[in-house]
Design a protein around this ligand. Structure first.
Ligand SMILES: C[S@@+](CC[C@H](N)C(=O)[O-])C[C@H]1O[C@@H](n2cnc3c(N)ncnc32)[C@H](O)[C@@H]1O
Length: 239
């Protein structure tokens, strides 16, 4: 891992240790819609062993837990994982486990999952990190296993679709007044410097999945800024 990738990991840990409550209460209003799309595309079955990458405090893990045999939530923030496990206990789920790890460093046995999901996490990884983790997922899945990624999906203004999305976001925030203008300035800086938010376009996601070896790759727009991409590890593939 390069110095900059390692720095990205340290920044994510610092930021998300402090955002457990704010993420639960102030996350994007569209998040529930994206979570439902991820869960729908996951096509969970009660025999499945699943992994949720960047699980936060359980937004997707808790939705999938009643539908699968076992699910492990992984997050870089130990506070997020503690909160996930407390919520799992409160809600009576005994099939949820938690791991504290950066995705880039995650060590799990090859060929051990039927399903891997991730929601609103990959845009925090730099582009090499995204590709590396998609490749790792291919190895962690059993043959026939499924990878489902929900995330912000747009490029840096190179296409008309990107520009329209960015303008829609700006207009929505501007309508909120001074607080909205502050968020426009903050997001624009982060986006231009690619510090905290590093989304990529849907087409690039399809390339990453196909490049890792996934087949039947499909990408779906869910809300203006977000999409879900799905791929299957071929049934005849080795671990
Ligand atoms: C925007 S929240 C999304 C949480 C949850 N998946 C959801 O759908 O609400 C991003 C989560 O990714 C985690 N995260 C960010 N970078 C990570 C990394 N490199 N490795 C593991 N987790 C990471 C953060 O700690 C945080 O919990």
């Amino acid at each position: 891992m390069s110095f900059f990738e390692d720095l990205t990991v340290q920044i994510q840990h610092y930021v998300w240790q402090r955002r457990v409550e704010s993420w639960e209460h102030e996350a994007s209003p569209n998040l529930d819609t994206v979570i439902e799309a991820v869960v729908g595309q996951a096509a969970p079955q009660t025999s499945m062993v699943a992994l949720d990458l960047g699980c936060g405090s359980g937004q997707v893990t808790l939705r999938l837990a009643p539908c699968v045999a076992k699910i492990t939530g992984v997050d870089i923030s130990e506070r997020m994982v503690e909160r996930l496990l407390a919520r799992a206990k409160d809600e009576g789920y005994r099939n949820i486990s938690g791991r504290v790890s950066a995705l880039e460093h995650l060590d799990v046995p090859a060929g051990s999952f039927d399903l891997i999901v991730s929601n609103y996490v990959f845009h925090h990884l730099n582009d090499d990190g995204k590709a590396r983790v998609v490749n790792l997922c291919y190895g962690w899945l059993k043959p026939g296993g499924r990878l489902v990624v929900g995330d912000m999906m747009f490029g840096r203004g190179g296409t008309a679709e990107d520009r329209q999305l960015i303008m829609t976001k700006v207009k929505l925030l501007a309508a909120k007044g001074v607080g909205g203008y502050w968020r426009i300035a903050k997001n624009a800086l982060r986006y231009l410097l690619r510090v905290q938010e590093k989304p990529i376009a849907k087409e690039r996601w399809v390339e990453l999945f196909r490049g890792a070896g996934f087949v039947e790759v499909q990408v779906q727009s869910v809300v203006s800024e977000a999409g879900v991409v799905v791929g299957i590890k071929p049934a005849e593939a080795g671990d």
